[in-house]
Design a protein around this ligand. Structure first.
Ligand code: PLP
Length: 476
């Protein structure tokens, strides 16, 4: 037994990796052979894990054995070719490798001084993505704004809402607390993500002060209604503070008219945040870029999740700001123990001031490895391929008189319902999810149940969507 049993030598680590690779390779290879949904019952996984941890070391082979026996039955195969639920959350092998390298590099990037590499690689990765996606120069590295990696789009919207709240109250909200938020109002469409409502509660604006703006017949925010709501609020002595435009809503992928919304926000002094959590990846493709980034140059902040469609492994959410000062002002706090010459010199970015937490992971590493090894054009081709697969399903199902699209196809997302009503749609959902090969989820549109079919798993092939379409038609 080693005198320092808590340590692991590089040689031991290499041997462990070799053993673990066996599990990894098998797992990556069997995505199409396992049930996509876990069939575990509540408590089943937990019941097989001891209630107290081991006091003495256990061999890795025992851990890997339990990985297979205990953990695997509780895994949901987001990587399966039949994964069409929610949105994709892809772990590309290049991103996995980047994550592993980042873990071994063991950086904590709260300050430039705590890791110059973590900080500067992140700044440059955001610039790579900005240029690859055609995002405007107002978000560029070295300007008034710039980019940062947040853990999730939920954190990104919260951070921006806090910045907007402080901009609107000349920082009184941060100094004095909730009472300073009195009269502030936020806006987002009826189809916006629940993280917006959550953020209004956390940041002190208050959930009651989020206005849900009506949408048009394709579920896009109606900019005229937004304008009327803001005018009404101002007439009542309230202050429009923050608005979220969604590019690719969670339900049906609707794309809000960002430019028109920006005009309304500008004339009322409200911060405009664009949430492109899922659809942002499509800007890598020249076919979709203009649709996705339209109006972005008028936004205060713009976010998308490379951990969804792009394959960057959870978690990784990119946020750009046209002017980072309100965010930094709201988040900046400098205890003595973090003071250092680089920060005092003012020439470096300290990302701890760009989000809520202090410590931060080296997430830029997985973007670096993914973008270098896979390349932007392959990722753009992937987007185009997935959109073509969704079109194939649309064509197959479009021929059936009892099926209809509840909203126009958006990129690779389809919203399908049975014309006979919710009970019939539910039967279809149940039939699809009962089959081990497929996973779909639902939403409601216009108060009616809808089956969402979200193509985008890295492994999905034409044969998979053909099989899915045949299966669905047979279940009718
Ligand atoms: C449009 C939109 N915004 C925000 C989110 C929340 O993303 P996150 O899990 O990164 O907070 C989602 C999740 O699917 C989404 O679809």
């Amino acid at each position: 037994m080693s005198a320092r049993p808590w340590r692991r030598s590089p040689e031991d680590f290499a041997a462990d990796i070799e053993q673990a690779i066996g599990w990894m390779v098998r797992h990556m290879g069997d995505a199409s052979e396992r049930s996509v949904w876990s069939r575990a019952q509540p408590g089943e996984v937990g019941s097989k894990i001891p209630k107290t941890p081991p006091s003495e070391p256990e061999p890795l082979k025992d851990v890997l054995r339990d990985m297979q026996k205990i953990i695997e039955p509780g895994l949901v195969r987001w990587d399966a070719p039949g994964w069409m639920a929610w949105f994709p959350s892809n772990s590309h092998p290049d991103a996995m490798l980047g994550d592993l390298l980042a873990s071994v590099a063991a950086q904590q990037g709260m300050l430039w001084t705590s890791s110059p590499a973590c900080t500067e690689l992140e700044t440059r990765m955001l610039e790579w993505l900005r240029t690859a996606m055609g995002l405007p120069v107002c978000f560029a590295e070295g300007g008034l704004g710039g980019g940062v990696i947040q853990d999730t789009a939920s954190s990104a919207v919260l951070a921006c809402m806090i910045a907007a709240r402080d901009r609107a109250t000349q920082s009184r909200a941060t100094r004095e607390g909730g009472s300073a938020c009195g009269g502030l109002v936020a806006y987002a469409s009826e189809q916006s993500h629940s993280s917006v409502l959550k953020a209004t509660g956390i940041c002190g604006i208050g959930r009651d002060n989020l206005r849900l703006v009506p949408t048009d017949d394709e579920f896009r925010m109606d900019a005229d209604s937004l304008s009327e709501m803001m005018k009404r609020d101002m007439a009542a002595g309230r202050q429009p503070c923050f608005c979220v435009a969604t590019v690719g809503t969670t339900g049906c992928g609707a794309i809000d008219p960002v430019a028109a919304i920006a005009e309304v926000c500008r004339s009322h002094g409200a911060w405009l945040h664009v949430d492109a959590a899922w659809a942002g990846t499509a800007a890598l493709s020249s076919r979709h870029r203009n649709t996705i980034v339209a109006g972005a140059s008028e936004a205060d902040s713009w976010t998308f999740n490379p951990h969804k469609w792009m394959g960057a492994s959870f978690d990784c959410s990119c946020l750009w700001l046209a002017d980072s000062r309100p965010l930094i002002d709201a988040m900046s706090i400098e205890p003595e123990y973090l003071r250092n010459a680089a920060t005092d010199g003012g020439d470096v970015i300290d990302y701890r001031d760009w989000h809520i937490q202090l410590g931060r992971r080296f997430r830029a590493m997985k973007l670096w490895v993914l973008l270098r090894r896979t390349g932007v054009s392959a990722l753009a081709n992937m987007v185009d391929f997935h959109v073509s697969l969704a079109k194939t399903i649309e064509q197959h199902l479009g021929a059936h008189p009892k099926l209809e699209l509840a909203a126009p196809r958006s990129l690779s997302l389809l919203c399908i319902r049975h014309v006979d009503g919710d009970a019939a749609t539910q039967q279809l959902l149940d039939a699809v999810n009962a089959d081990d090969r497929f996973a779909v989820t639902h939403c409601t549109l216009d108060g009616r149940l809808v089956m969402r079919v979200a193509i985008g798993a890295l492994s999905t092939e034409l044969a998979d969507v053909e099989t899915f379409s045949e299966y669905l038609l047979a279940a009718m």
